[in-house]
Design a protein around this ligand. Structure first.
Ligand code: FAD
Length: 317
């Protein structure tokens, strides 16, 4: 089923999860062990699997020359999605990114997914972080997520890159990312929301937000989105703070604020960081659900237990 159909049919907020594929050479069994726990407790309607761009590095050789190397650290998104579908009967949502892909490669990936019976995509731009040297795709890649959304919508009309007579239309549901505290490159939130509206107008069916720790940021973001004519579901994404290192790493990598009260509590009791983070997420979850959020999307990455503890608490309320 499509993610948007899950939301349309839901009678209560939907709980969904996001995982990352193992590092190259890692065991998929570890992922299954996590997902077994999740499915046992919640049976989510869908599970997202992140995509990781190939990275180009320049390495200095013994003779002083420079060698360009290309590696994808976490391959396997499509395979993992197929495994989730067949092992658990749960709809997988692969993330597809623009960064590091030509449009032809994106089309190939979409064809693979279509053949596998996977009809949901989260269309994302990806990042080229500073330590990498950008892959030279000669301008043949999608630049922004909106370009990928358009490409998917065109394939849904049977319109492939080459002119193919009677090409079979695909049938993808498309989600996109939204940023309650604005995307780090955007000059301001209003401008960023207009770019989000462009993605929705281009055919995105729903929005999943970047993680946030202050629900008021989400509430005001949703309000502004509605004022700007964005009327699709806007699903809050939550990450549970589990170590005091998160006070620095999450703002650094995800460009978000951690409220003073939470920071002070973790600073004063670093050994209780996980407990404090779980309690915070419990409060966030309850408040979001009571305010009518369409669901909660938990970024569990490797470890589902903190999210399961939150859900356990919420279910007993
Ligand atoms: P876009 O929507 O393309 O926006 C990027 C920036 O460009 C914004 O500042 C926007 O305002 C601006 N912009 C948009 N259109 C235009 C235009 N026409 N002209 C000028 N500026 C414009 N990264 C991964 O590598 N893999 C993942 O699996 C992944 N999953 C994610 C899931 C979620 C829910 C979220 C929130 C993020 C995820 N990311 C992932 C991170 C993402 O790649 C980065 O946040 C990236 O910087 C932006 O991606 P986007 O799709 O929001 O980009």
């Amino acid at each position: 089923m499509k993610v948007i159909e899950h939301y349309e049919k839901a009678t209560e907020p939907l709980i969904s999860f996001e995982i990352i594929p193992p590092k190259r050479g890692g065991s998929v069994q570890t992922i299954f062990e996590s997902l077994d726990k999740v499915v046992d407790k919640v049976k989510p309607p869908f599970i997202d699997v992140t995509y990781h761009a190939a990275e180009a590095y320049v390495e200095e050789q013994a003779d002083g020359t420079l060698k360009r190397m290309v590696r994808r650290k976490r391959p396997g998104t499509i395979g993992l999605c197929a495994a989730i579908l067949h092992r658990y009967g749960i709809d997988p949502v692969p993330h597809l990114i623009c960064e590091g892909f030509t449009r032809e490669e994106s089309e190939d990936a979409l064809i693979e997914l279509n053949y596998l019976g996977i009809h949901n995509i989260l269309a994302i731009r990806g990042d080229n972080n500073g330590s990498q040297v950008s892959l030279n795709l000669n301008g043949t890649a999608n630049k922004y997520a909106i370009d990928l959304v358009k490409q998917i919508r065109q394939m849904n009309e049977g319109d492939y890159i080459e002119d193919i007579v009677n090409a079979e239309p695909t049938n993808f549901c498309v989600g996109v990312a939204g940023y309650p505290e604005k995307h780090f490159e955007a000059p301001n939130l209003d401008w960023d929301i207009k770019r989000l509206k462009d993605k929705v107008d281009a055919g995105a069916d729903y929005v999943v937000t970047q993680m946030f720790f202050d629900n008021s940021a989400y509430f005001s973001f949703v309000e502004k989105c509605r004022e700007n004519g964005i009327d699709v579901p806007i699903v809050p994404g939550l990450k549970i703070l589990t170590t005091n290192n998160h006070l620095k790493s999450l703002p650094k990598y995800f460009h978000l604020n951690i409220p003073d009260v939470l920071t002070a509590e973790v600073d004063a009791n670093p050994e209780r960081a996980k407990e404090i983070g779980i309690e915070w997420a419990q409060k966030q979850t309850l408040e979001l659900m009571e305010a009518g959020a369409p669901g909660i999307h938990y970024y569990i990455m490797g470890d589902p237990q903190p999210a399961l503890d939150v859900i356990d608490f919420v279910q007993k309320k």
